[in-house]
Design a protein around this ligand. Structure first.
Ligand code: NAP
Length: 199
């Protein structure tokens, strides 16, 4: 049987339990054999706060205990701005014949009509948009019926909120994995001088 592979595309700045819950939910609902997390190098028009190597290291720590999950540096090693077309092409050639599902935030997917080669992309992978509670997703007309909506309650956690909390010295325990919390603290990421930790 053809393997079904999920590609989790995002900046993961930082990765958190909402991402892991979305990947797990997608794996269950879509019958995925594995999910590969692919941190962007950077998306056009925005720069992540943490460097690519740090975001990748945090993603690797967060997924380490789940045999379904892995991390690819494909976008980071390619360099330059990240285009989903290149991500899907690279992961596709890595795994050979398989069925691909590109999973990302619904708000990112809403702009897909402007993505490089987006029509070709729709034939290369199925697109899955994870959504947060309270966010009413608007799919571009041409994507309707061609992308899968994935409501994920735990996506109430956001990377933006984690960065904001770290900057204010507020706790981030239980929002992401303990190893990621310690990494953020020890590297002084996101303007964190002091972060309250529960051990
Ligand atoms: P991002 O800043 O990482 O995320 C945008 C929104 O989606 C945020 O609300 C984010 O929540 C959420 N999100 C991101 N990744 C997610 C995931 N895997 N599962 C659930 N929610 C997720 O967005 P980005 O870096 O611009 O792009 C996301 C993906 O779309 C990347 O793989 C990127 O390459 C692709 N993309 C491609 C193009 C193109 O080809 N031209 C253009 C734009 C985006 P958090 O902040 O909590 O993560």
């Amino acid at each position: 049987m053809t393997e079904k592979i999920g590609i989790m595309g995002g900046s993961f700045d930082p990765i958190h339990y909402g991402h892991l819950a979305a990947a797990s939910q997608a794996a269950w609902e879509l019958g995925l054999n594995r999910v590969v997390f692919v941190p962007t190098n950077f998306s056009l028009g925005k720069r992540p706060q943490a460097c690519a190597e740090d975001r990748c290291a945090m993603a690797a720590m967060a997924v380490a205990k789940d045999p379904r999950f892995s991390v690819s540096k494909a976008d980071i090693e390619r360099g330059g701005p990240t285009f989903a077309f290149d991500t899907v092409s690279d992961i596709s050639s890595l795994f050979g014949p398989c069925e691909l599902f590109f999973i990302t935030g619904m708000d990112a997917l809403a702009g897909m009509e402007k993505w490089k080669n987006w029509q070709k992309l729709l034939n290369m992978a199925k697109f899955v948009g994870a959504s947060r509670p309270g966010y009413s997703p608007k799919l571009p007309e041409k994507l309707k019926g061609r992308a899968i909506l994935l409501p994920v309650p735990s996506l109430a956690i956001s990377s933006t909120e984690i960065r904001r909390r770290v900057g204010r010295g507020e706790p981030i325990d239980y929002l992401t994995s303990p190893l990621v919390c310690s990494f953020i603290l020890s590297r002084g990421l996101y303007g964190g001088g002091f972060v309250h930790r529960v051990n």
